[in-house]
Structure formats: structure tokens, C-alpha cells
Design a protein around this ligand. Structure first.
Ligand SMILES: [Zn+2]
Length: 89
């Protein structure tokens, strides 16, 4: 079975695009903090129709497109924060 991305609205599968990577969500044991952040970022708090907290399985994969977006967002925020602190000083 090919890996497919678990993000809502994302239909990327392994082999779809050149350079696309798939990442496994860290397990509770490996890195609970990062796991929580990933679940939070995915905004899949509940499974429709089931009403319970969505939990990634060990087969859940997330494609690299979301990481590129997250990194872009983080650097934008950093620039924004340094800009505002300079303005305030
Ligand atoms: Zn994706």
C-alpha cells in the first residue's frame, strides 16, 4: 500500500511528485511533545461521525508539503516579531 498524506484536503501519495517526502508522526514514547504539536497542526481533533479524538496510527504519514509551509510561516513570524520589537524600542 502506498503511503498517503493524512492531512485534511491533501491527496498526495508517495510517488505522486518528485521530491515529495513522507514523515511518520512520532509515537507517544518517542516524542510526546512533538506528537501533540503535529496532531494540533493537523487540526484533526475529532473523527467525523465518531466524536472521539483523532489519533495517528503507526502507519499515518504526513507529506513534506506541510513542513515547507510551516517553515515559511515560522520564518515570516520571526521577521515580523523582530520588526515589531525594533519598532517598539
Ligand atoms: Zn500532505
Amino acid at each position: 500500500m502506498p503511503d498517503s498524506c493524512c492531512a485534511i484536503g491533501c491527496t498526495n501519495r508517495r510517488g505522486d511528485k518528485p521530491g515529495l517526502c513522507f514523515y511518520r508522526i512520532p509515537s507517544e514514547k518517542e516524542n510526546p511533545e512533538r506528537r501533540r504539536l503535529w496532531i494540533c497542526a493537523l487540526r484533526r481533533a475529532s473523527v467525523p461521525g465518531e466524536g472521539k479524538q483523532w489519533q495517528p496510527s503507526k502507519y499515518t504519514r504526513l507529506c513534506s508539503e506541510h513542513f515547507i509551509k510551516a517553515l515559511t510561516f515560522a520564518s515570516t513570524m520571526k521577521n515580523f516579531l523582530s520588526f515589531t520589537s525594533q519598532t517598539a524600542a
